[in-house]
Design a binder for this molecule. Structure first.
Ligand code: 5GP
Ligand code: ZN
Length: 115
């Protein structure tokens, strides 16, 4: 439920999380348990449980999220070395927070394997 959802609470500012960037439909903040020197989460302001929830009406949300992810990468100095953007949907992918989010990872040579 959006009332109890941790990312909805962060989006509403209830946990005092620093946003490193914001856009019309998304916010960006550092992951609590970083898996790379730069590990930022891009999170829609709207509660969608995962990519599977994205409908035609939400294309502005996901388009905006990817644009914000690229902006975060640029402003974090990742364009030369490169970076990875990914989202986990469901248990096999290891999704733990059931509010759509995109991981932005970089600042080191990332594992080539995605699966
Ligand atoms: P998932 O496994 O669902 O794709 O990713 C969830 C991510 O959210 C994890 O990388 C986890 O470290 C991060 N995370 C979970 N709770 C919090 C929190 O309260 N604050 C922040 N900044 N990150 C969180
Ligand atoms: Zn939520």
């Amino acid at each position: 439920m959006p009332d109890e959802c941790i990312f909805c609470r962060i989006v509403r500012g209830e946990l005092g999380t620093d946003f490193i960037a914001e856009s019309e439909h998304n916010v960006a903040f550092r992951d609590l348990s970083p898996q790379a020197p730069i590990h930022v989460l891009v999170v829609p302001r709207k509660h969608l449980t995962a990519l599977r929830d994205v409908g035609l009406d939400d294309q502005c949300v996901t388009g905006d999220a990817l644009a914000l992810a690229a902006r975060v990468a640029r402003e974090s100095g990742l364009l030369d070395g490169g970076y990875r953007v990914l989202t986990n949907d469901g248990p096999d992918a290891g999704q733990t927070v059931h509010h759509l989010h995109f991981h932005v990872l970089g600042g080191k040579k990332l594992e080539a394997s995605l699966g």
